[in-house]
Design a protein around this ligand. Structure first.
Ligand code: ARG
Length: 294
């Protein structure tokens, strides 16, 4: 399936007329059957506040159904009792070209998820690269074109960035996260454009939240992505950047009003999915989505 969307050519639009092309995606998700907040490993998690597992499952299902309706392929990993954060599959690894670099979680509560995901990868035809360094997968590593942007500061270590570069033989650009609310890179950067295969020429763009980064990292982002969408603090604060794009459709939180308008102006098609219950665990749309690049 491939749909196209042409932005209207108006004086207000920076890129006068842009054609966005949808790419097919394969994702790994995990139904939040055991979702709850029983510990605190990020500022969003408050065990004293009640969680509603049925509501989490219902909201998650809406995200799953959205991907399927858009023609994407979604695979599922079985949830494990006692691992309430397993729904955030983005943290389970990082995959390019059928090779899965496994996760090694920062906090004890999530450590058992690492081997569980690696087992799934191996059983589903991926070559697994076992990690020696602490890293939280696609939560902190984002493929933009042929470059991997890698976050550090809260979860994944700088050493994991080096290991990541060795596993995939790609350029890895380290970025420093400084705001504890945005502890994973995928809470502060959204990859918008299609990612192209080996050797192809490519124009990939991102959206990001400048305040989540230190000055040096902001300078790197400005230099590399002069056309990036700069997202306002109020949209970042509702996890607006924690989104999934197929090059045309960008699944975002309905609360990120400003970001929604910015995406429309650029010719993207924002699709709104509310994961308010999963935000109680400090995760959103992207966190619940791991890309399986065969
Ligand atoms: N409670 C989880 C944690 O703190 C949320 C993970 C969110 N995932 C993400 N890709 N940002 O580890």
């Amino acid at each position: 399936m491939s749909t196209q969307n042409t932005a209207p050519a108006t004086a207000a639009t920076a890129e006068a007329s842009v054609t966005r092309i949808q790419q097919h995606r394969s994702y790994l998700m995990c139904r939040p059957e055991h979702f709850t907040v029983s510990y605190t490993i990020n500022p969003w998690m408050e065990p004293a506040n009640p969680t509603d597992t049925a509501k989490a499952v219902e909201q998650w299902q809406a995200l799953y159904d959205t991907y399927i309706a858009l023609g994407h392929d979604v695979q599922l990993i079985d949830p494990i009792d006692g691992l309430p954060d397993m729904v955030y599959t983005a943290n389970g690894g990082f995959i390019i070209g059928g090779v899965a670099y496994g996760a090694k979680f920062r906090f004890q509560e999530r450590v058992p998820e690492g081997p569980a995901f690696m087992e799934w990868f191996a059983a589903n035809g991926f070559e697994v690269a076992e990690p020696a360094e602490v890293n939280e997968g696609e939560g902190d590593f984002l493929l933009v074109g042929d470059t991997i942007l890698a976050g550090t500061g809260f979860r994944s270590t700088g050493d994991s960035h080096r290991e990541l570069g060795e596993v995939f033989g790609k350029e890895v650009v380290s970025l420093n996260l400084v705001d504890p609310r945005f502890y994973h890179l995928d809470t502060a950067i959204s990859v918008l454009d299609p990612v192209q295969g080996e050797g192809g020429v490519e124009k990939a763009n991102i959206a990001y939240l400048p305040g989540a980064f230190d000055e040096e990292s902001r300078r790197i982002l400005e230099e590399r992505y002069p056309d990036a969408i700069l997202v306002a603090d109020e949209d970042g604060a509702v996890f607006g950047l924690n989104s999934a794009s197929d090059g045309l459709n960008v699944i975002i939180s309905p609360r990120a009003k400003g970001f929604e308008a910015q995406l429309r102006e650029r010719g993207y098609n924002p699709v709104l999915v509310d994961l308010s219950e999963l935000l109680l665990g400090g995760g959103g749309i992207k966190c619940c989505t791991l890309e399986l690049r065969r």
